[in-house]
Design a protein around this ligand. Structure first.
Ligand SMILES: Nc1ncnc2c1ncn2[C@@H]1O[C@H](COP(=O)(O)OP(=O)(O)OP(=O)(O)O)[C@@H](O)[C@H]1O
Ligand SMILES: [Mg+2]
Length: 239
């Protein structure tokens, strides 16, 4: 029997900006239920790859497939197909409660209204059930990030793309986020996570893909990353 097609797959993807080659012939497949971390030094092309996979940017060359099929590259089409992306800057509504922020995110993605009780479970998944009535301003920064994650989960994504969700968080906040990301495995969400914090990325991921200067240099289980010579060389800037 043929294997299920990947949830999302990049095949021979190139992306150039003027003279800069941000992605060079990159292949990457994320399969259902996997948590894949995408790591690499600054400027490696991680955000560009996320943008290409979520149809924010078309590839210069190569193909992106969703469940084995190409999708016209427009972000709203990608959203409809079940790709949910969180951005670095928080996109919360200050005048709404945490719960209403979740409800609005869900409705905006055309998922339809859900009973408030059902919406609570998205807050529960990220550990914010007790803050349902609070407005985002009343939450510490780390919890606002978790609320953004709850909003993303409420769209019931086929694939969740996270770009540096731990940026700007304190150490305890990172630990709380890591726990919640590990918990996503239990709810069966497929995740592609870009993360600078190696410890967090390796702790959460089933598989780690390493980019360096636009090239995929490794695709490894987390426990093999720290000992991999290509990865060490990329991080130390050694040729
Ligand atoms: N819109 C753009 N216009 C021009 N060059 C760009 C653009 N976006 C990215 N680049 C270039 O492409 C390369 C890859 O950038 P990208 O942001 O994907 O890296 P990154 O791995 O996400 O880095 P960081 O860890 O710093 O977030 C860099 O050289 C960057 O300057
Ligand atoms: Mg980036």
């Amino acid at each position: 029997m043929p294997a299920e097609p990947a949830v999302v797959e990049a095949r021979g993807v190139w992306r150039e900006f003027g003279g800069v080659v941000a992605l060079r012939d990159v292949d990457l497949a994320v399969r259902e239920g996997e948590i894949v971390a995408l790591i690499g030094p600054n400027g490696a092309g991680k955000t560009t790859l996320l943008n290409v996979l979520s149809c924010v940017l078309p590839p210069t060359r190569g193909q992106v497939l969703f469940r084995g099929r190409p999708l016209p590259c427009r972000p709203h089409r990608a959203a409809r197909a079940g790709l949910t992306r969180t951005f670095q800057d928080l996109q919360l509504f200050g005048s709404l409660s945490a719960l209403d922020n979740v409800l609005v995110a869900r409705e905006a993605r055309g998922k339809g209204a859900v009973p408030r009780g059902d919406a609570d479970r998205f807050l529960e998944t990220v550990g914010l059930a007790r803050r349902a009535r609070d407005h985002p301003d009343a939450l510490p920064f780390g919890q606002r990030r978790l609320l953004e994650l709850a909003r993303a989960l409420a769209t019931e994504p086929m694939l969740l793309l996270l770009d540096e969700p731990a940026a700007g968080l304190s150490t305890p906040e990172r630990t709380a986020l890591a726990e919640r990301l590990c918990g996503l495995r239990d709810v069966g969400v497929t995740v592609l996570l870009v993360e600078h914090d190696l410890e967090l990325a390796l702790g959460v991921a089933d598989r780690v893909v390493v980019l360096d200067q636009g090239v995929k240099i490794a695709d490894l289980p987390p426990d093999a990353v720290r000992g991999d010579e290509r990865v060490i060389a990329a991080y130390l800037g050694v040729a």
